[in-house]
Ligand binder design. Structure first.
Ligand code: ZN
Length: 138
C-alpha cells in the first residue's frame, strides 16, 4: 500500500544528523508516532546509513591525489579565462545581431515601399480606367 507523502518528511534527514533544535526534535518524535510515511522514511534512511557505514574506507594513492589536484587547478585556470572569452563572444553576437537587424529592416522597408508604389500605381490606373469608362458611357 502506498502512503501519501508527508510535508514533515523533509526534516527527517536533519533529525538523523542531529541538526534540529530540541523543540523540533521533540515535535518530530511525537509526529513519528502517528505518521506512517515519516516512519517509513526514517527506517529507510537508517537502513541506508548503516549500509553506507559498512563500506570499507580505502586510502587514496599519492599519484591519484596529484592528478586530482592538477585537474582542479586546470579547471580553476580555465574558469578564470572563460568570462573574458564569453564577454568577447557576447559583444560579437550583439554587434552581429544589430547589423543583421539593420540590414533586415532596410530590406523589409524597401520591399514594403516598393509594394506600396506598385499598389498605388495599380490603384491610379484603375481609377483612371473607371473615370474614362464613366465619361465614355460604358
Ligand atoms: Zn509525517
Amino acid at each position: 500500500m502506498k502512503v501519501e507523502k508527508c510535508r514533515f518528511s523533509r526534516f527527517i534527514n536533519a533529525y538523523l544528523d542531529d541538526e534540529l533544535s530540541e523543540k523540533k526534535q521533540k515535535a518530530l518524535r511525537s509526529h513519528l508516532k502517528n505518521c506512517t510515511y515519516c516512519t517509513q522514511e526514517l527506517n529507510s534512511l537508517c537502513k541506508l546509513n548503516s549500509q553506507l557505514a559498512s563500506f570499507e574506507e580505502v586510502p587514496v594513492p599519492g599519484y591519484c591525489k596529484a592528478t586530482i589536484i592538477k585537474h582542479a587547478r586546470d579547471y580553476e585556470a580555465s574558469k578564470s579565462k572563460q568570462p573574458r572569452f564569453a564577454l568577447k563572444a557576447a559583444s560579437l553576437a550583439i554587434a552581429a545581431s544589430i547589423i543583421l537587424s539593420l540590414a533586415g529592416g532596410t530590406l523589409i522597408s524597401r520591399q514594403i515601399f516598393e509594394q506600396r508604389e506598385k499598389q498605388n500605381y495599380e490603384e491610379v490606373a484603375f481609377a483612371q480606367e473607371s473615370f474614362y469608362l464613366y465619361f465614355e458611357g460604358e
